[in-house]
Write a protein that binds this ligand. Structure first.
Ligand code: SF4
Length: 367
């Protein structure tokens, strides 16, 4: 690479998300999109964020890139990029308790939203790169590939254009195994889907961001291109030393690529699985939801949904399986009551595995 405007910084997590909660008003009630979400992405590692549709993964991504549409009614927690906050302090905006709801409400939501964008804008493109499921979100169908790179560099790093950006573009396209001489003058419609996705990846990493957010980048490509993208993501993380947050629905992909896995459901993280546990022959997931997600059997989740997963009066979160959980129903009644009347605490089961399930309170290793 010719320049490194966004060098990786070491010693601190590339991305640190702590106790992130985001709540939106829906009529007369509050709907939690995220509740106490915490995880880190370290330099050089790939962290997979998994869970079924509607589990809150997209809200986490949007919170990181400053795109929380709909003016959140309540926000709390912290998001740091290389040790610097990119999440405004809600305490700077007037807030109050809404009677009947134990929710701290940001009164000046527009002010908070503007502050969020101000913090995130300077790092987007330079320190945070994004690859979407469909390359159409990154590529403009009206411009040649070369022109799209120029626009990107003019917007995020105009200094790279002083001596022409040809060499930088050429090297970056070579990194994703594309020949700039062949494709630079083409329109996106003249490229295959796999080539378009590799161009999107090249655009995301051209400024060597320290964090790469990948939102299901291999869902819309064939098996061959998927394998190629896997190699590129591994190379970018492990050789370039940058953190990758990968949203995926594909367990084999997660198993192959991820150094750590964060399992989400109904806005909560229900399990954290570390690299040693992932590498073992049997993963031994702890929370039933992890198994449900991995095996693709969503019938339990549908039944759970009809029960509601927040207390209707206090809006307090509970375990998403509170009503349908077999292990809970085999326990004394007081046990099941705890599952349905509050956010389940995190239990450290092993060094590299934590879960939000009461079953592991007294049986911490899950043996
Ligand atoms: S917290 Fe309770 S309901 Fe939830 S998975 Fe564990 S035992 Fe089942």
């Amino acid at each position: 690479m010719t320049t490194a405007p966004g060098p990786c910084e070491s010693g601190v997590p590339t991305l640190r998300v702590r106790d992130l909660s985001v709540c939106f008003a829906a009529g007369h009630r509050w709907v939690w999109a995220n509740r106490d979400v915490s995880f880190d992405v370290l330099p050089g590692e790939i962290v997979a964020l998994v869970g079924e549709s509607g589990s809150g993964k997209t809200t986490v991504l949007n919170a990181i890139i400053g795109l929380l549409h709909g003016e959140p009614g309540a926000v709390s927690g912290a998001i740091e990029l290389n040790g610097r906050s990119i999440w405004p302090d809600p305490r700077r905006y007037v807030r109050s308790f809404d009677k009947g709801h134990p929710v701290e409400i940001v009164k000046d939501t527009m002010g908070w939203d503007a502050a969020h964008r101000r913090l995130v804008k300077p790092v987007l493109g330079r320190q945070i790169g994004m690859v979407f499921q469909e390359p159409v979100y990154s590529l403009d169908p009206r411009m040649t590939i070369a022109r799209q790179f120029e626009e990107l560099l003019l917007r995020h790093a105009p200094e790279t254009m002083q001596n022409g950006a040809g060499k930088l573009v050429h090297e970056t396209l070579a990194m994703v195994e594309l020949d700039s001489g062949e494709i630079a003058g083409k329109m996106p419609s003249q490229l295959s889907g796999g080539e378009c996705q590799r161009v999107s990846l090249a655009m995301a990493v051209i400024l060597r961001p320290s964090l790469l957010l990948c939102d299901e980048p291999t869902t819309a490509v064939d098996v061959e291109v998927r394998a190629q993208l896997h190699r590129l993501l591994e190379r970018y993380a492990h050789e370039e030393g940058c953190g990758v947050l990968l949203v995926s629905h594909h367990w084999p992909e997660v198993r192959r690529l991820a150094d750590r896995v964060v399992v989400m459901n109904r806005g909560q993280v229900v399990e954290w699985i570390g690299r040693d546990r992932l590498a073992s022959a049997a993963v031994h997931d702890l929370h039933p939801i992890t198994g449900i997600w991995r095996d693709g059997d969503m019938s339990l989740m549908v039944a759970g949904e009809s029960s509601g997963n927040h207390h209707p009066r206090t809006n307090t979160a509970c375990c998403p399986l509170a009503v349908t959980c077999g292990p809970a129903s085999a326990q004394p009644r007081e046990f099941a009551v705890r599952c349905s009347t509050g956010l389940v605490p995190k239990f450290e089961v092993r060094d590299d595995q934590r879960t939000r399930c009461w079953l592991f309170e007294k049986n911490p290793r899950g043996d």
